[in-house]
Structure formats: C-alpha cells, structure tokens
Design a protein. Sequence first.
Length: 170
Amino acid sequence: MRTTRVLPLALASVMALAATGCGADFKKDEPQTAVRDFLNDALARANGQHACDFMTQDAQKAFAALPVPGQQTVTDDSDSGQACRAAMERAALDGDKDEREVNTTGEVRDLDYSTKKSGEDATVTVKAKTGDTLTFKLSKRGEGGVGNLYEPKTPWRITGGAEPLVTGTF
C-alpha cells in the first residue's frame, strides 16, 4: 500500500521537472525575459515583426538603418518598422563550438543570461557557448516599437544592443 502512494508522487515530481525544460525560467517583468523572448522571436521563430516589437522606436530606427542586401537604407521614420523586420530576417547567432546556429527555443533558453538593473534601466548580457556575447540595454521608460502589431507581455523594451545579430560583430 505504501508503494502505491509513493509512486504517483514520484511520477508527479519527475513530470514537473520535465515540464520546466532546459535553461532558466524568468518572471514576465524581468529584463532578461524580454531579451530571451526577443531572441526567441528573432532566432527560433524567425518572426521579425514580434522581435522588433520588443524594441523602442529609436532602437527600431537604428536597426532599420543597418544595411540590408538588396534594399536601400531607410531614413524615413514611416518605413523603419518594415525595415527593422527586413533586417531582423538576417539575425543569427552561433551557439556552440560546432558553429551551429541558435535556432530553436531550447537553444535560446540555454544561453547564459546575466542582468544588472538600475531603477527603470537594465543591461542584460547574453553569452553563447562559443563565447559570443551580446549586451542589450533595456528600459521601462521607452515607447513601444513603430507600428506595433504585437504587444510583448513585459514592460521592458530593448533600447540597443541587438545590432550584432545582423552585422555579426560580436
């Protein structure tokens, strides 16, 4: 009789651990959550619209100014949302020594995230196993992206640091 009670509890514990998956779980209102979800949309889901919506308007404009092969650099603010999405389509990050790209949700979750907060501003440093490091600047004060279709569930918005995903200058 005793084993019939222990077995369901043991199975429930194993299933709970399995449901959490790999990597760190963050609360919705933490800056690293915004960065992880941004990277997930940019790299794993290849959804440039959602990724750009994690950025402030100024960050989208800076991202839109990055050269995209076959397109002119955007200087008009009205086209910066579309240009941000076009630039985001080139986003890439090498994940390990085999130079395999980070392109799954699990690989994004397994990146090393460290955060420093100062009031309504934060810096999130993301490190891949290759040693490539991205440093994102975030703020709670920033306005949402240009022409947001998707409203991220976090109050944090990226103000800078995403450019290496497109330029490859880590």
